[in-house]
Ligand binder design. Structure first.
Ligand code: NAD
Length: 318
């Protein structure tokens, strides 16, 4: 089975290299097609990456740095749009099992359509929410809930203020919810939902939301389960899937052998489940739980183990 591998930059090559080693050690028998990150016209080149993913249909990807406040459009956003990877799936599960939430983020619309312009001394961004895009992601969320034995879907929005855009998203969520009477449905304003997630995370099961809210809430949920170092993710469309940790390229840890590889390794485990290699995925998850229980902890969890040591320990515990 061929999988496209993009290691990215910053801590990407270290954490994705670790995930690749762990996946290989499970005996999953993956043939990797690594596409190096290249630059064209001062921006990461996307053509070779797209060509490979269109062939393999699956990709394991590391984070890629995007300049803040200037410069090129995020390659991550471009990939999600080009391959129509409309569902960002981001599980937030704590190792003690007390928190277990899945965030389903609309990945292609909202404030990420990239329509921004300046008018005199002001700047504007256009937020686009379509009926079709809302239906697609909300249906995905309910189907995901059914397949994964999730009991409740919470639609997170800001329809009291953004009456048209969030209003359309919420109205669509209510319509689709009525087709799934077996799944409880509720909606919450994003500000209240954020507070409740910190105070009473057990109130949440599966969250479906728009692009920017999903981005923020999934980092918040990463925070309540122990940080970005352990938060995996996937970008799923009807034809392709790209698996990547929630975190970014974390330049301050790059090359220091101290980043936590678990988010990337768990993203690999999500990929193995998607590829119907659930036994390999389970081996990885058990090995991670086992090293955590033994107190073999990475630096961001207050431990002393380097990235290479954590990777080795996971492999030894498979
Ligand atoms: P970041 O996720 O890279 O890091 C934020 C903080 O989280 C770090 O300072 C660190 O304390 C912690 N952290 C993240 N990953 C960790 C890990 N594996 N182990 C231990 N701690 C970890 O976010 P940022 O600093 O806001 O962004 C850096 C760059 O990454 C930016 O250029 C941004 O555009 C890019 N980015 C890329 C992606 C992607 O490629 N999918 C996602 C988010 C951000």
């Amino acid at each position: 089975m061929k999988v496209t591998l993009i290691k990215g930059d910053g801590i990407g090559p270290e954490v994705i290299g670790a995930a690749q080693r762990v996946i290989d050690a499970t005996g999953a028998d993956i043939e990797w097609e690594e596409i190096p990150l290249e630059f064209k016209d001062n921006a990461p080149a996307i053509d070779g990456i797209l060509e490979s993913i269109r062939k393999t249909k699956i990709c394991l990807k590391g984070p890629i740095t995007t300049p803040v406040g200037y410069g090129f459009t995020s390659l991550n956003v471009s990939l999600r749009k080009a391959l129509s990877l409309y569902a960002g799936v981001r599980p937030a599960k704590s190792f003690d099992g007390n928190i277990d939430i899945v965030i389903i983020r609309e990945n292609t619309e909202g404030l990420y359509t990239g329509i921004e312009f300046s008018v005199a001394s002001s700047a504007c961004a256009i937020r686009t929410i379509t009926k079709e895009g809302s239906e697609r992601i909300i249906r995905f969320a309910f189907e995901y809930a059914r397949k994964n034995n999730r009991k409740k879907v919470t639609c997170v929005h800001k329809a009291n203020i953004l009456k048209l855009t969030c209003g359309l998203f919420l109205k669509t969520a209510k319509e689709i919810a009525s087709l799934y009477p077996d799944i409880e449905f509720e909606d919450r304003l994003v500000d209240n939902a954020s507070m409740q997630l910190v105070k009473k995370p057990e109130d949440f099961d599966l969250i479906v939301t728009t692009n920017l809210f999903g981005d923020i809430i999934s980092d918040l949920c990463a925070g309540i389960i122990g940080g970005l170092g352990v938060a995996p993710g996937a970008n799923i469309g009807d034809n392709f899937a790209v698996f990547e940790p929630v975190h970014g390229s974390c330049p301050k840890y790059a090359g220091l052998n101290i980043a936590n590889p678990i988010a990337a390794i768990l993203s690999g485990s999500m990929m193995l489940k998607y590829l119907k290699k659930a036994n390999c995925a389970e081996k990885i998850e058990k090995a991670i739980s086992s090293i955590m229980e033994k107190g073999i902890l990475p630096k961001d969890w207050g431990g002393n183990y380097s990235l290479a040591q954590i990777t080795e320990e996971i492999i030894n515990n498979l």
